[in-house]
Design a protein around this ligand. Sequence first.
Ligand SMILES: [Zn+2]
Length: 376
Amino acid sequence: MKRLDHPLLSPSLGSHKALTSFHFGQPGSGLKIYIQASLHAEELPGMLVAHHLRARLQDFEAAGALQGEIVLVPAANPIGLAQRLDHKPMGRFEQDTSENFNRHYPDLARAVAPVLTGTLTDDAAANVRRVRRAIGDYLTQWEPDTELQSLRRTLLQLSHDADYMLDLHCDCEGVLHFYTEEPCWPQMVELAHFLGSQAILLAKNSGNLPIDECLSSVWWQLAETLAAAGHSQPLPQGCCSTTIELRGELDVTHAWARQDAQAICHWLQFIGVLACDKPPAVPPALCPATPLAGSQTLHARTPGVVVFAVEPGATLKTGDLVAEVINPLADTTERVTAGVDGVFYARIRDRYITAGGELGKIAGSQAFRTGALLGA
Ligand SMILES: [Zn+2]
């Protein structure tokens, strides 16, 4: 294992932060896997998974059982980790710009398409290498002028040539759920099942460019551009990425983290990055994959105290009571019910809601939403 510290752009006199990455195995010796945690800095279950994973990977590496390269970034957002307000962590939005740390990554397809014109051949593997080089060149010439942009660039420099990218997040309260783009899903099925995902949400460009989609969308977008222009050169999905929501913010326990690290190791064995006598069997699916556009976000119409009627993970039918919003001044109770059939996979952590506020999400099977599909 090798540790590397990457200095971020200094935003102010005397202020210096760095991103730390841990590198296992040999570049070029097999698949490259990139795993990061806590890009939303108050989402800590993934950071603990990374802690357990690091120890496991060191053991595998020492035993000579690593075939490929794994890059692990346990704390992907040193800027957000240090932000606090009124004694509370503030790790989702950068306080200077109010930008979400996991949005506004660059449109890599648009950035590299011009330099790829006429350079791809009938050799799919060579085309993948060519595109990765073009992305690497783009990132090298990108000169960030803020600390936030330098963090985005550093994360992409570490991950842009990975075959698989795992971004470990969590919800406020929730069960383990899994986001990926449709072109990645065939290669990601087993990982979702090893982890025991209770909702699997598929989209194709869900909007506002989170890092996982920045890394995966470049491939299918370039492939579609080639096909639309009548070119037949093959371009496979060179990076499959996922955002894994490791339950809720308070689900930070060694038991969960060991289980999740074990699931990732099983998947690494399954895809051959960790050697083993017999690849572990893929567990049965706990849910079907459903469209992110079919996920219903429940809102409160009125302000009040929230009393949930169901726990995360509950399977709901349309019309089932999800929560009551109680106004003790008007002595009224708003009943918030499921608008779709599906798994109630996440909910808010606070128990007071303002008018129009979000209460929770249900993974419905029928797409009905359009436009940007991710929350703020
Ligand atoms: Zn997150």
